[in-house]
Design a protein around this ligand. Sequence first.
Ligand SMILES: Cc1cc2nc3c(=O)[nH]c(=O)nc-3n(C[C@H](O)[C@H](O)[C@H](O)COP(=O)(O)O)c2cc1C
Length: 158
Amino acid sequence: MKEYLIVSYSYTGHTHRIAREIQTLTGADWCEIYPWQPYPMAFPELLEQVRKEIQTGYHPRLLPGTSNPKPYSVIFAGSPNWCGHIAPPLASWLAKHDLSGKMIMPFYSHCGGVSCDFGREIARLCPGAKVCEALGVLENPGADLPRILQDWIKKTFT
Ligand SMILES: Cc1cc2nc3c(=O)[nH]c(=O)nc-3n(C[C@H](O)[C@H](O)[C@H](O)COP(=O)(O)O)c2cc1C
């Protein structure tokens, strides 16, 4: 069995920066996910759509080519915090795969606004998975990022 897979959705690149750093630290395979229909560029339209999708529990269709999680035992799952929730594209990916028996390490990027309970949302989407403590990272962590990630990974695995 392979060890680690990183799955991440990012709208403006911050979450993917975290994912890249996790890859550097762990040597994990990394799968970026994209919605079939890109989100609007303009913030008011984006916010309206995101709110609607979250309220209705909508899971957008994803572009093909996302990785099969079967061979992996640990999944790092990340997205931005959108309106206090995980972004719908990540919810789509998690809901469509059977991740029971796997360990999930949730992470998210945020701007210090409304907080979210990523771990609880992911546990609801992934019955039977062991969901670890989620890591929230401010959108511009600078040079601290590797240390923040190392501490989180060390704490989780010891
Ligand atoms: C539609 C929308 C909703 C957001 N809601 C929140 C929020 O509730 N709390 C927060 O701290 N940040 C919020 N943010 C800020 C993003 O989480 C933050 O900019 C993050 O770093 C973006 O990650 P990304 O570059 O991977 O897309 C929101 C951003 C957008 C576009």
